[in-house]
Design a protein around this ligand. Structure first.
Ligand SMILES: Cc1cc2nc3c(=O)[nH]c(=O)nc-3n(C[C@H](O)[C@H](O)[C@H](O)COP(=O)(O)OP(=O)(O)OC[C@H]3O[C@@H](n4cnc5c(N)ncnc54)[C@H](O)[C@@H]3O)c2cc1C
Ligand code: SF4
Length: 332
């Protein structure tokens, strides 16, 4: 039996492989890093249920071991071929079908120079905060506790200046979740979230947003932060406009958290398939063809095509496996 190649071993790719096994097929996951899990490996507690990310990852990894899924680590896919994929050093891997589940990249916050990421101390991204939460080390550069924390929404999303026009969808809820986690860690801190719009599309998200304000005392300010700069006493001054009252605003905080967006993966360009204006792979259509490409033997799963939650990415892994099975049957 020829293999089904799954490109990427994040949540979407792992679920695609598990569902292929359930369909009686033989998947091989090709993963460029040294471990399975994708971004899940870096996250702490997952919205909306606050389930520890390591529990979800361990559960999926165990199922993969029990199912005997073949995994090629440290192996990057460089492109598609007629009957499979091209690997590094010109090697080819043959397969009857390919599921592209190579995920997304994190927006590089250094491109928004005005916020001072990697220039000033105590400017972090939401990714840094997840990692600090995992280590149990959320603190300022000198190890002290912050008294004032500001989150900036839409960093590297909905922003034509950095060629990222799309909404990254999961970052409003990530900002709300992290603001609540900060409140638990620093009960006396002032916490502000600066937003353009609050987009709470998922189950339980609106409730979390309400609770962040009413029970956790997080202040939501409608306005975009224009710049951050250091003060003489080592704090950060931010300038913004409160667009609800139409007034400019200056504020001094200890910690600035940039809520970075989901950017299309640089891997997408390797497949020579249609891309959206933001660089995500374009599915055949957005209804029954949401996990199908323009090629009959190539399928998509997860955030390779658009920003999605983990639950949505996992769901697409199963859908793509089902479409592979239908495709193979249709050839008989
Ligand atoms: C800060 C932040 C916090 C988040 N928190 C949550 C949360 O709490 N709850 C939630 O539901 N969602 C959350 N998300 C969204 C979540 O991370 C995604 O939904 C999920 O990671 C998508 O899974 P994926 O498999 O599509 O992609 P990824 O997780 O990106 O996995 C893709 C995999 O493909 C591999 N790969 C890439 N290119 C190649 C190649 N050419 N060859 C081989 N391998 C390749 C990568 O190494 C990676 O392992 C968060 C997102 C961000 C930015
Ligand atoms: S989800 Fe929220 S923070 Fe993220 S891009 Fe959309 S509006 Fe901005």
């Amino acid at each position: 039996m020829k293999k089904i190649i799954v490109v990427g071993g994040g949540p979407a790719g792992m679920q695609a492989a598990l569902s292929l096994v359930a369909e009686g097929l033989k998947p091989v996951i090709v993963e460029r890093s040294g471990a399975l899990g994708g971004k899940l490996r870096d996250w702490h507690n997952l919205f909306p249920s606050m389930t520890p990310a390591h529990e979800v990852l361990e559960g999926m990894t165990k199922q993969m071991e029990n199912a005997g899924v073949e995994v090629m680590l440290h192996t990057e896919v460089e492109g598609l071929t007629d009957g499979g994929v091209l690997l590094m050093e010109g090697k080819k891997l043959e397969g009857e079908a390919v599921i592209v589940a190579s995920g997304f990249d994190i927006f590089d916050a250094r491109l928004k120079e005005e916020y001072g990421y990697h220039i000033y101390d105590n400017v972090f991204t939401t990714v840094d905060v997840e990692r600090m939460l995992n280590k149990g080390e959320v603190a300022l550069h000198d190890g002290s506790a912050p008294h004032g924390i500001a989150f900036v929404h839409c960093v590297g999303s909905r922003d034509e200046k950095v060629n990222q026009k799309h909404c990254s969808k999961v970052c409003c809820i990530t900002g709300v979740k992290q603001a609540m986690e900060m409140r638990q860690l620093f009960p006396d801190a002032e916490i502000y979230n600066f937003y353009m719009d609050i987009r709470m599309f998922g189950p339980g998200y609106e409730e979390l947003y309400q609770s962040a304000q009413q029970d956790f005392g997080v202040n939501f300010i409608r306005g975009r932060v224009s710049e951050a700069s250091p003060t003489i006493d080592g704090r950060l001054q931010i300038k913004a406009e409160d667009t609800l009252v139409g007034r400019p605003l200056k504020m001094t905080v200890d910690m600035l958290v940039l809520i970075v967006g989901m950017k299309a993966s640089s891997s997408n360009e390797k497949y020579a398939l249609p891309l959206s204006s933001s660089g995500f792979l374009t599915p055949r259509d957005l209804f029954s063809g949401a996990v199908s490409s323009d090629l009959p033997n190539v399928f998509y799963a997860g955030t390779a095509t658009a920003p999605k939650t983990i639950g949505e990415s996992i769901c697409e892994g199963s859908m793509a496996a089902e479409k592979v099975s239908e495709y193979l049957k249709s050839r008989k």
